[in-house]
Design a protein around this ligand. Structure first.
Ligand code: ZN
Length: 269
């Protein structure tokens, strides 16, 4: 090949190399414009579990300084699938649905939309979310696959299990989603792959028929429960990392839920 012919080849190679370098995700994530926001409760003896589930059991096994002065520690834990911040796999309410271990990553790393309803809920445990509450989202064409998390403003009650679950002789009582909204989510072609709530169930606490769980599961969507809103988070523009423990045959699993968001200027807080 003539020398002159090599020049464009080299230029092309340089262009490809530079383009890949600029598109490197690390260059975007760590340039100072983004922050990581944890939406997960810690797992400990205060973690709230669904009433018939096994609480988080943490057993200190060994911890000691070895003869050479180095430290060694290891523990055991055991827990139900459905407690704390966790995912419900479609198999939870659909016999043909996916187990936790089968949910593909492209449904777990997705754009995140927060529907902040806390001012509408106004701490009312009887609040049920209907479509008319979501007009501002209905008018928005979401486009890409996404996770939508409904914020009822319930995280502030998490230190008080009785209040958080609305425990009484009649059972449970806390805000939730109507079947109408669940139908909209699964039939509106808005590419919603999963939903989340900052309460213990997607269905209202007092509803024993679990219509939202059934509709979501049958449509192949997952549900995230007990999302922890410790601080303000943008409603749009974040990416969700939904990372459940990969329990192969799980109907649900403990979840580490993280959002990567554009850094907000201080006046937003
Ligand atoms: Zn669950």
């Amino acid at each position: 090949m003539a020398y002159q012919a090599l020049v464009p080849v080299c230029l092309l190679f340089c262009f490809i190399t530079l383009t890949f370098a600029n598109n490197n995700l690390n260059n975007v994530l760590f340039n100072g414009d983004y922050e990581f926001i944890d939406l997960t409760y810690p797992f400990d003896n205060k973690t709230i579990y669904w009433p018939n589930a096994k609480d988080f059991e943490f057993t200190k096994k060994v911890e000691y300084f070895q003869q050479d002065g180095s430290w060694y520690a290891a523990n055991d834990f055991a827990a139900g699938e459905h407690g704390g911040t966790h995912i419900d796999a479609p198999y939870h309410f659909s016999a043909s649905g996916q187990y936790v271990g089968q949910i593909p990553l492209d449904k777990l790393i997705v754009p995140l939309i927060i529907a902040d309803l806390s001012s509408k809920v106004n701490d009312d445990p009887n609040f049920v979310l209907y479509k008319h509450h979501l007009d501002y989202i209905l008018n928005d064409n979401l486009g890409k696959p996404c996770l939508i998390v409904f914020k009822f403003g319930w995280s502030k009650f998490a230190m008080n299990k009785k209040k958080y679950l609305g425990l009484s002789n009649d059972g449970l009582n806390f805000p939730g989603i109507s079947a109408e909204v669940a139908e909209w989510i699964t039939t509106s072609y808005k590419n919603i792959v999963g939903i989340g709530v900052d309460v213990a169930s997607a269905d209202p606490g007092s509803n024993r028929d679990f219509p939202v769980h059934k509709i979501m599961s049958r449509a192949g969507l997952y549900i995230i429960e007990n999302v922890y809103f410790e601080r303000q988070i943008p409603e749009y523009g974040c990416t969700a990392f939904v990372m459940p423990m990969k329990i192969a045959l799980g109907t649900g699993a403990p979840l580490r839920l993280v959002a990567i968001c554009p850094k907000q200027s201080p006046e937003h807080f």
